[in-house]
Design a protein around this ligand. Structure first.
Ligand SMILES: Nc1ncnc2c1ncn2[C@@H]1O[C@H](COP(=O)(O)OP(=O)(O)OP(=O)(O)O)[C@@H](O)[C@H]1O
Ligand SMILES: [Mg+2]
Length: 391
């Protein structure tokens, strides 16, 4: 088989390579500033909040790359595989990740064997002792802050900060943000001795979310960078950058169409471009209207189905009714009173469902008692589903 063109540069399923990252300029600036502050002994952390597919993981990867450029030990990890997270487990997990990272750095010869050996000995006391390889050589610390302090003592002189980028961190908010409060306390302890550690939880976080959870002391330790859809310019630069790498051009007039369809939602945009790109015939050097028209046919029903299913198919019965009612409205907008009338339910019956839908990111509260589907294509997806059910 002859391969006629370079592989599709649009991969909706994976975070973007930091070198291809576009936009989020002020958020990145903010991160850099906090990193500098931390390195100077005045600890500053932050959080990264945003809906599904909006670019949280990509943002963390970018921050990691920046932190490494600035000579920090940057650790990316995700909490999604850990169940029953407790303080002890979290502490152990983070220390293990430090060890793994240091091990990688040693293999790459960016850290010395001496540092490696010191760090590998660190253990938190509560950690169940597994079969220790080097008997008696472990050093057990009572808590996370003392273990991190020990790690830092080995690293300083070589590194200028330890940065944790914690993805899928919503679990930290359970039980009234118990684990976030714990991390805050750890950071406060580290501040006393100016141990430069930065912790960045990211996810569909709510404490920091927009719906005005009021004054939360956590916001001061973890002020959120809220990641949103791309602007039209960011979307255009995203498209241009990716296509340039594979030597494919694009008609200027396409940008507006793509933006209107995708609303600049990073995942939706990437999926749309992926689909249009896959319609290129061999020898074609430019993406044109026809490629996008071909993409349009199946885009919502096929390409976006796995993404949208979580919002609709997996929702409860009443939530699905709410979403369906919204899908029928122009722009997917509805007021609480209209909704109640349409569904024949009391407003106070609906409220908890709306609250949950907002939390899940399926709808957005645009004003007092006014709601909107988070993406207009979700409305289309729902209407498709209903049509199919009727058939
Ligand atoms: N700043 C960016 N520049 C270029 N592409 C981006 C950017 N942010 C996100 N993307 C693209 O958008 C898609 C979704 O990004 P990502 O996986 O980072 O989002 P997420 O918020 O972590 O998603 P999820 O909620 O599923 O964890 C990916 O295909 C990614 O490549
Ligand atoms: Mg992610």
């Amino acid at each position: 088989m002859i391969v006629h063109r370079l592989p599709n540069p649009f991969n909706p399923g994976s975070p973007v390579d930091p070198t291809d990252f576009v936009g989020r300029v002020s958020e990145l600036e903010n991160f850099k500033q906090k990193l500098m502050q931390t390195a100077n002994g005045s600890l500053a952390s932050m959080a990264v909040a945003g809906g599904y597919g909006v670019g949280k993981t990509s943002f963390l990867h970018k921050c990691k790359a920046i932190a490494e450029e600035h000579n920090a030990l940057a650790i990316y990890c995700s909490l999604n595989e850990i169940d029953e997270l407790s303080k002890e487990r979290l502490a152990t997990f983070l220390i293990r990740r430090v060890k793994e990272k240091v091990r990688e750095e040693k293999i790459l010869e960016r850290l010395s064997n001496e540092i490696f050996k010191v760090i590998q000995r660190i253990r938190i006391k509560t950690e169940k002792v597994e079969i220790s390889l080097v008997e008696g050589e472990e050093e057990a610390f009572p808590n996370l802050q003392s273990a991190l302090t020990a790690a830092w003592k080995a690293l300083k002189g070589t590194k200028n900060a330890i940065v944790f980028l914690i993805d899928e961190a919503r679990v930290l908010e359970r039980n009234r943000a118990e684990l976030l409060l714990y991390l805050r306390a750890v950071l406060e302890q580290l501040q006393i001795e100016r141990i430069p550690v930065m912790i960045i939880p990211a996810g569909k976080l709510t404490i920091t979310g927009p719906a005005g959870t009021g004054f939360s002391p956590l916001v001061r330790t973890f002020p959120p960078a809220v990641i949103e859809n791309f602007t039209e310019e960011e979307a255009a630069s995203f498209i241009t950058k990716k296509l340039k790498q594979v030597g494919i051009g694009v008609k200027e007039s396409i940008f507006e169409k793509v933006y209107n369809v995708t609303e600049g939602h990073p995942f939706v945009l990437t999926a749309y471009m992926n689909s249009a790109y896959s319609r290129l015939q061999s020898g074609q050097k430019k993406l044109e209207n026809l490629h996008f028209e071909a993409a349009d046919v199946d885009f919502v029903r096929v390409d976006l189905a796995p993404f949208f299913a979580r919002f609709y198919d997996q929702a409860g019965r009443i939530s699905r009714q709410v979403l369906s009612a919204m899908a029928d409205m122009p722009k997917g907008e509805i007021s609480l009173s209209e909704l109640a009338k349409k569904l024949g339910l009391e407003m106070n019956e609906l409220s908890p469902h709306l609250g949950k839908l907002v939390q899940d990111g399926s709808i957005i509260r645009i004003d007092r008692g006014k709601y909107k589907l988070f993406h207009h294509l979700l409305g289309e997806y729902i209407k498709n589903k209903q049509k199919k059910n009727r058939e």
